[in-house]
Design a protein around this ligand. Structure first.
Ligand SMILES: Nc1ncnc2c1ncn2[C@@H]1O[C@H](COP(=O)(O)OP(=O)(O)O)[C@@H](O)[C@H]1O
Ligand SMILES: [Mg+2]
Length: 239
C-alpha cells in the first residue's frame, strides 16, 4: 500500500472554539491509483490533503507512507520524504515568479543535488510531457493559467514521486482548460504509474479519476467508481 490513514483527525483550536476539520478518516491509496476526493467548500479537503502530504501533523491518528508511520517522524525526515516521494499541485499554481518554467521544474532537482546533465534531461522530458518545451524560458506571468498549471504538474513530477497530491488544481481555470489539465493528469497517471489524489469541489473533475470519495464535514463517505463505473486503463478517459 502506497498511502494509508488510520482514524485520522485534525482539530483547529481558535480561542475557546474547536473546529474538527478532519474526522476519523480511513483511506488507502494503491501504487498507481487515481483517487478524487469531492466535497464542498469547508468540508476539510485542504486540511486532509496537507495531512496526506506530511505538511501538517494530525491531532490524532496516523498517516502511513509506503508502510512507514509518519506522525512522530522529525521535521527534517518529513521534509526529505516530501521532496522525494510526494509532488504537490496547487489551486493558485504556486510557481516561483522570478524563475522560468524550466527553472521552476528544475528546483527540486537542485535540492536533490542531481547532476547537471541528468537534470537537464529530466526537466526537458517533463516539459515535453506537458507540451511546454517550446515555452521553457518563459516566466509564469508570461504563461496562461492552463500553461502555468502544466508547469505545476511537471514540477510535481520532477523528482519522480510515488504520489502526487492536487488541491483544487482546476479551480482557477475555465472549464475547457480544466478538462485538458485533468486529461493530462490522467494520461501521466496511466503512463508513469504515479498515484494521484485530487481534491475538488467540482464533480466534473472527478470523472477523470479511477474512483471518487466524498468528504462531508471532515468525514469520508462511501466511495464510488468513476462516473462510468468501475473501469481501468484508458477506457476511463472520456472521449
Ligand atoms: N488554520 C485554521 N484555523 C482554524 N480553522 C481552520 C483552519 N484551516 C481550516 N479551518 C477550518 O477547517 C474547516 C475545513 O477547512 P478546509 O480544510 O480549508 O476545507 P476545504 O479545503 O474543503 O474548503 C473549515 O471549517 C475551516 O474554516
Ligand atoms: Mg481548500
Amino acid at each position: 500500500m502506497l498511502l494509508q490513514t488510520e482514524s485520522l483527525n485534525k482539530e483547529y483550536r481558535t480561542g475557546a472554539e474547536v473546529v474538527r476539520a478532519v474526522r476519523s478518516v480511513n483511506l488507502a491509496v494503491d501504487t498507481g491509483d487515481f483517487l478524487a476526493i469531492n466535497g464542498p467548500s469547508g468540508s476539510g479537503k485542504t486540511t486532509l490533503l496537507n495531512l496526506l502530504g506530511l505538511i501538517d501533523r494530525p491531532t490524532s491518528g496516523e498517516v502511513f507512507l509506503e508502510g512507514q508511520a509518519t506522525s512522530r517522524l522529525p521535521d527534517r525526515v518529513l521534509a526529505g520524504l516530501r521532496l522525494r516521494r510526494i509532488g504537490m499541485i496547487f489551486q493558485t499554481f504556486n510557481l516561483i515568479s522570478v524563475l522560468s518554467a524550466y527553472e521552476n521544474v528544475e528546483y527540486s532537482l537542485l535540492l536533490l543535488r542531481m547532476g547537471a546533465a541528468e537534470r537537464r534531461r529530466r526537466v526537458m522530458e517533463l516539459l515535453d510531457a506537458v507540451d511546454l518545451a517550446h515555452l521553457a524560458h518563459r516566466r509564469p506571468e508570461q504563461l496562461s493559467g492552463g500553461q502555468r498549471q502544466r508547469v505545476g504538474i511537471a514540477r510535481a513530477l520532477a523528482a519522480r514521486p510515488a504520489l502526487v497530491l492536487a488541491d483544487e488544481p482546476t479551480a482557477n481555470l475555465d472549464s475547457e482548460t480544466s478538462q485538458k489539465v485533468m486529461q493530462l493528469m490522467a494520461e501521466l497517471n496511466a503512463r508513469l504509474g504515479v498515484a494521484f489524489v485530487v481534491v475538488t469541489h467540482d464533480p466534473q473533475v472527478a470523472q477523470f479519476a479511477r474512483r471518487t470519495a466524498y468528504l462531508r464535514d471532515g468525514q469520508l463517505q462511501d466511495e464510488t467508481g468513476g462516473m462510468s463505473g468501475v473501469q481501468t486503463g484508458s477506457a476511463r478517459h472520456p472521449a
